[in-house]
Design a binder for this molecule. Structure first.
Ligand code: HEC
Ligand code: HEC
Length: 262
């Protein structure tokens, strides 16, 4: 009995020594290879790149953030690789989407941006779900990157804002109110919102919706009645026109305030 205990004790001491000195041994608290600190440009792991750079706005795991969910297979079927690359590299001027490429003042290498684009595809795309679905084009002019990326850039006006009034009433007023400024789901013409979102950002929202917060895609506003390409262009133009008018009003107010002071 006692002899057996001693043998057992000796064995566990021996094991402990191996654990402390052996090559494969790891002291508690010592980082393993994956945890080792790396210079930012050395990081090649998609999850780490995404978590450190994107999750703050686009949500942990790509959903339920303040900015659109990126893990949505419909979004990934809609967006082109070029457009993703461009948005990540250059950001979207006038919006909260920062530029990440080193050339644009960010801190990600082109290789890391490529890793993020490929990682989003590999982790979150489900192309088979959209076989046979006729998806609207990503950009208003059909190019693979968006030409109406930046708020400051004048977008080619493929949509017609006045026609968009009727389109809005048909597809959107049930949730956002008769003029876009209310309804059960709240205002989408608030200047604080429109002045921080690009035309492409609006287009993406209209087409893809936001499944994570219960916003329908282009097929679901009026069930069984998907929006046509023209209707999508028109309603985006209608929203963009609300933004322009807001800017004019603001400058008018400022001007009259100056006159009153004289
Ligand atoms: C500070 C907040 C913020 C961070 C951080 C951020 N984004 Fe964004 N992102 C936004 C906003 C806001 C938009 C919508 C801009 C607009 O109106 O077009 C956006 C748009 C995008 C789009 C284009 C969506 C479309 O219309 O197709 C992509 C792709 C994207 N982000 C990817 C990323 C990735 C990948 C990262 C991390 C490397 C990242 N973003 C980090 C806020 C952020
Ligand atoms: C069935 C209800 C419903 C309909 C119909 C609907 N939406 Fe929405 N919409 C929502 C919900 C829910 C949200 C998320 C509100 C929130 O932020 O909590 C939303 C948000 C939005 C946003 C803001 C998205 C963001 O990035 O924060 C825009 C822009 C928008 N809708 C435009 C439209 C337009 C344009 C139409 C018509 C083509 C439309 N919606 C039709 C439910 C709807």
């Amino acid at each position: 009995m006692i002899a057996r205990l001693h043998i057992g004790l000796a064995a566990s001491v021996g094991l402990a020594i191996t654990m402390l000195t052996g090559c494969s041994a790891r002291l508690p608290g010592r980082p393993n290879e994956a945890e080792r600190w790396r210079a930012p440009a050395e990081i090649t792991d998609f999850n780490q790149l995404y978590t450190q750079n994107c999750a703050g706005c686009h949500g942990v795991g790509g959903r339920l953030g303040a900015a659109r969910s990126l893990n949505d297979p419909l979004y990934l079927a809609f967006v082109t690789d070029d457009a993703m690359r461009q948005a990540i590299s250059k950001g979207r001027a006038g919006t909260n989407m920062p530029a990440f490429s080193e050339q644009a003042g960010g801190h990600l290498t082109d290789q890391q941006i490529e890793l993020i684009v490929n990682g989003m595809r590999a982790h979150w795309s489900k192309p088979d779900d959209f076989k046979g679905v006729e998806l609207p084009r990503y950009s208003v002019d059909g190019s693979s990157t968006a030409t109406n990326n930046d708020i400051a850039t004048k977008a080619p006006q493929a949509g017609d804002a006045s026609r968009g009034t009727a389109t809005y009433k048909t597809y959107c007023s049930s949730c956002h109110g008769s003029n876009g400024d209310g309804g059960s789901e709240g205002s989408i013409v608030d200047p604080n919102f429109l002045n921080l979102v690009s035309d492409q950002g609006l287009r993406t929202t209209v087409v893809v919706g936001r499944a994570d917060i219960g916003k329908p895609d282009w097929r679901g506003n009026v069930p069984g009645h998907p929006m046509s390409a023209q209707e999508i262009n028109d309603v985006v133009a209608w929203l963009a026109a609300r933004r322009q008018r807001t800017n004019v009003t603001v400058s008018k107010v400022d001007h009259s305030a100056c006159l009153n002071m004289k």
